[in-house]
Design a protein around this ligand. Structure first.
Ligand code: F6P
Length: 323
């Protein structure tokens, strides 16, 4: 019989995490349970920063970016001793199950906790998109739209000065955000971790665009690509005479993570948070709650941990056709 559950957010924050916390807290309370919030992810779990939360504690957070619980990257949790401390703290408070809202690293940690016997349910949340087990994760859509807004603005100033802009977007070793931002932003070139790109080819396409009278050029670079903002800028500086355009670069970085969640992320997070509580009510643990074919699903951790999503090659081909 479930009586008490806890929820934490872990790893890089993602817009929509608050909406997921709210859904866990409110659906847990409506099941008659006590819901605890853990501060600062696994670090707070180890340090015992665990407080009960009421319905009003999650009022007014649906539309806020970040996470009211705080998040952290916690190397100590990767050790067995760290996880034993975490389980001791959960048991001391009589907590029957834990919801972990986060991405790949966080769900790997959750799986380790589950293998040590603690009931855990994960919620798919990361802007990086490469978490297997959910076609879309909380935060991706907002992060993509933030990147796109920046790209649209940069194209305006690029056109005024006949410049080429390199815009670097986040996503670790996953090129999804760069590819989608590149397609939606009308990029001349996109560099991705999953594909090797010849900088000579990009330089040649910039030169041709310039000669045809284009007043700007856009290159979207994934932070995890070999050709990121730094390496591409170095290459272009060394070949500036051939390009025509002068070059500037912008690294969007954490700006992409800090926005307020858009409607899709609020709804997705609400569905997945409530889905995690349903899974706990069914005593179905060791699963990641995600969205697949428009349905909330629970995928066993053993099917997802250690894997990453592959790039959609059809989208890559589309991007190449349209550049
Ligand atoms: O995992 C999300 C993410 O934003 C990645 O895209 C990025 O590489 C990383 O986190 C940055 O990590 P931190 O916030 O620890 O600097």
């Amino acid at each position: 019989m479930i009586k008490n559950i806890a929820v934490l957010t872990s790893g890089g924050d993602a817009p929509g995490m608050n909406a997921a916390i709210r859904a866990v807290v409110r659906s847990g309370i409506s099941n008659g349970w006590t819901v605890y919030g853990v501060r600062h992810g696994y670090r707070g779990l180890i340090n015992g920063q665990i407080e009960s939360m009421g319905t009003r504690d999650v009022g007014g957070i649906l539309q806020q970016g970040g996470t009211i619980l705080g998040s952290a990257r916690c190397p100590e949790f990767t050790t067995v001793d760290g996880r034993k401390l975490a389980i001791r703290n959960l048991n001391q408070r009589g907590i029957d199950a834990l919801v972990v809202i986060g991405g790949n690293g966080s769900q790997t940690g959750a799986y380790e906790l589950y293998k040590m016997g603690f009931p855990v349910v994960g919620v798919a949340s990361t802007i990086d998109h490469y978490l297997v087990g959910s076609e879309i994760t909380i935060g991706v859509d907002t992060a993509l739209n933030i990147a796109l807004e920046a790209i649209d603005r940069l194209k305006v100033t690029a056109s005024s000065h006949q410049r080429a802009f390199i815009v670097e977007v986040m996503g670790r070793k996953c090129g999804y955000l760069a590819l989608m931002a590149g397609i939606a932003g009308g990029a001349e070139a996109i560099t991705l971790p999953e594909h090797k790109t010849d900088p000579e080819e990009i330089a040649e396409s910039l030169r041709l665009s310039y000669e045809h009278g284009k007043n700007h050029a856009l290159i979207v670079a994934a932070e995890g690509a070999e050709l990121n903002a730094r390496t591409l800028t170095e290459f272009f500086v060394a070949h500036r005479d051939r390009l025509g355009f002068s070059v500037r670069s912008t690294i969007l970085g954490h700006v992409q993570r800090g926005g307020n969640p858009n409607a899709s992320d609020r709804i997705l997070a609400s569905k997945l948070g409530a889905g995690a509580v349903e899974s706990i009510a069914k005593e179905q643990f060791g699963v990641l709650i995600g969205l697949n074919k428009s349905k909330v699903t629970a995928t066993p951790y053993e099917e997802i941990v250690g894997k990453t999503k592959e790039l959609d090659e059809e989208l890559f081909e589309l991007a190449e056709k349209l550049d």
